[in-house]
Unconditional design. Structure first.
Length: 102
């Protein structure tokens, strides 16, 4: 009786795990960030006196100095700034805007 219950529980956990992985993989974005790219860095900080909705959570632009592995990059904001090691989930590609008036 106990073995059957354990078996059923493990099968259900395995099925739930596969469903969660499928759902995560369907929504996950694959960032193709390489050395030399310009990126935004997500850095949410609560500041007093300003609503969290109005605060800017993306800092940048940063330059990717080196990709340390598949999920971690070393980025630097300016040539004189100290480099930071940041997970790729906190980076987004920088898209420059044209300020040309027609």
């Amino acid at each position: 009786m106990f073995e059957k219950c354990t078996y059923v529980c493990r099968e259900r956990i395995k099925l739930a795990s596969e469903r969660m992985k499928t759902r995560y993989d369907s929504r996950a974005t694959d960032h193709h960030i390489k050395e030399g790219d310009i990126v935004w860095m997500y850095n949410p900080k609560r500041r007093r006196g300003l609503s969290p909705k109005l605060q800017q959570n993306w800092k940048g632009p940063y330059t990717v100095l080196k990709k340390l592995n598949d999920v971690v990059c070393r980025v630097q904001r300016s040539p004189n700034a100290k480099p930071k090691v940041i997970h790729i989930n906190r980076l987004a590609p920088y898209r420059a805007t044209d300020n040309c008036s027609k």
